[in-house]
Design a protein around this ligand. Structure first.
Ligand code: ARG
Length: 455
């Protein structure tokens, strides 16, 4: 492509470090879209003839067929996707292919292709997040009344409902959705027409290519147009946060499915066995979702490091932007689909959850609250009395609700029979009617509010 200035071929090592076709061939659809929009604009502006534009467009359509049917020759000697397409175009339509690169550089070309690719992937991610939320909401409705222990420090804290727990993730994934939607809006500006870095002397119409490619407007500064990769960084950081959320839910599935908990069962479709231990049902998918976070966060670190300190405008360093982004979005795509699959698959053992919900003195706060509300005892003192009650019950090996009234009255004489009403996990959960709380009525309101927002 630059034979005019050069008389010798590149060293093998030069070629090896420079070549990117094996990676950036994934941009082929975006590259063809960009080139077709560019050629049409060149003709409309009188920069090339309509005849030539038609020949070029037909050639690009043929290339699309070739790639789709797997016969396109991807060649290392042509370095990247852009030059592979152009070289093939020349073979198909002859020298007129050379007019396609008028008023364009690979710098704005790759910036455009990559932005389109990330935008496509963000659109897919947005859909997948909704699918995951739908799955979680479906289960939350099913288990809106199902009691389970709520934990802090992974120690039994207060009873909650499984529906409430699942809806917490719906909120998290909702914020992920909104972050990706924000990123999409910010990235939706067109770099094409920035040319190498300084813009073009040809009378190009950047608004026309913007419209053709679904961008809201051209990027305002051509140096920024070829230099900016923060759209990729922003998407990666949102992906890393989302992967973190997925890993927390994955970890909970790992915990819930262990026989010691036995809260949840995954069917054979989402479990794996062991080649040596016949009893095993391993939650491999959950573990792998948990682990994908490493790749995704690693990709964010990789690209922030590549971009750090690069002078304007384009530097070849930026060719290293693609592997981490492809890797991260592949991992996120799989993780989101696997998580949705597990949520749709899982079956809760509500008896086991209910039993655990009442264990570990999980209604101790309810006893303290009863003392505050009925005897007007300051909360700190109520906390102290309740602590003594827990100590007593623990020593006797019984639950709070199994202590005799006389035992409780020894700690605080004014306690009455009425206190037992608040000591069941059902009563505890049902009493938490504050906005966003775990009472089944509140959980149903959260579900309804999510459905209203989703519309
Ligand atoms: N393959 C290159 C990349 O991915 C395309 C841009 C090359 N531009 C250049 N001036 N060498 O970044």
């Amino acid at each position: 492509m630059w034979g005019g200035r050069f008389s010798a071929r590149p060293d093998e090592i030069m070629q090896a470090i420079n070549v990117s076709i094996d990676v950036d061939k994934r941009l082929w659809q975006q590259d063809l879209r960009g080139s077709r929009a560019h050629a049409a604009m060149l003709a409309k502006q009188g920069i090339i003839s309509f005849n030539d534009a038609k020949t070029i467009d037909d050639g690009l359509a043929k290339i699309e067929d070739e790639i789709q049917s797997g016969v396109f020759p991807f060649r290392h000697e042509f370095e990247d996707i852009h030059m592979n397409v152009e070289a093939r175009l020349r073979e198909l339509i002859g020298p007129v292919a050379g007019r396609l690169h008028t008023a364009r550089s690979r710098n704005d070309q790759v910036a455009t292709d990559f932005r389109l690719w990330v935008r496509d992937q963000v659109d897919l991610t947005l859909q997948q997040l909704i699918a995951l939320q739908d799955a979680l909401v479906q289960r939350a409705e099913q288990y809106a009344d199902a009691l389970m222990p709520g934990f802090t420090h992974l120690q039994p804290a207060q009873p909650v409902t499984f529906g409430h727990h699942l809806m917490a993730y719906v909120e998290m994934f909702g914020r992920d959705h909104s972050r990706f939607a924000d990123a999409r809006a910010r990235m939706n500006e067109n770099p094409l027409g920035s040319a190498a870095l300084a813009g073009s002397p040809f009378p190009i119409d950047r608004f026309a290519t913007s419209e053709a490619l679904g961008f809201d407007r051209p990027m305002a500064n051509s140096l920024d147009g070829v230099s900016a990769r923060d759209f990729a960084l922003e998407s990666l950081s949102h992906a890393a946060i989302c992967a973190g959320h997925l890993s927390r839910l994955a970890e909970e599935i790992v915990i819930w499915t262990t026989p010691m908990f036995g809260f949840v069962k995954l069917s054979d479709a989402f479990s794996t066995g062991s080649s040596i231990m016949p009893q095993k049902r391993n939650p491999d998918a959950a573990e792998l979702v948990r682990a994908k976070t490493g790749r995704i966060t690693g990709s964010l670190i990789a690209l922030t490091t590549v971009m750090k300190g690069l002078p304007l405008a384009y530097s070849k360093d930026m060719q290293e932007d693609k592997p981490p982004v492809f890797e991260a979005f592949d991992a996120l795509d799989l993780a989101l689909r696997a998580m949705t699959g597990m949520i749709l698959d899982l079956d809760a053992n509500t008896d086991k959850m209910r039993a655990a919900a009442g264990a570990g003195f999980s209604t101790a706060t309810d006893l303290a609250d009863w003392l505050v509300r009925n005897l007007n005892i300051p909360f700190r003192d109520a906390h102290h009395i309740t602590g003594s009650a827990v100590k007593l019950a623990d020593g006797k090996g019984v639950d709070l609700a199994q202590l005799d009234l006389a035992d409780l009255q020894n700690l605080e004489a004014r306690i009455t029979e009425d206190v037992y009403k608040v000591l069941t996990p059902e009563a505890s959960a049902a009493s938490r009617q504050s906005y966003g709380g775990t009472a089944p009525d509140q959980v149903r309101k959260q579900i309804q509010s999510w459905k209203d927002r989703r519309l």
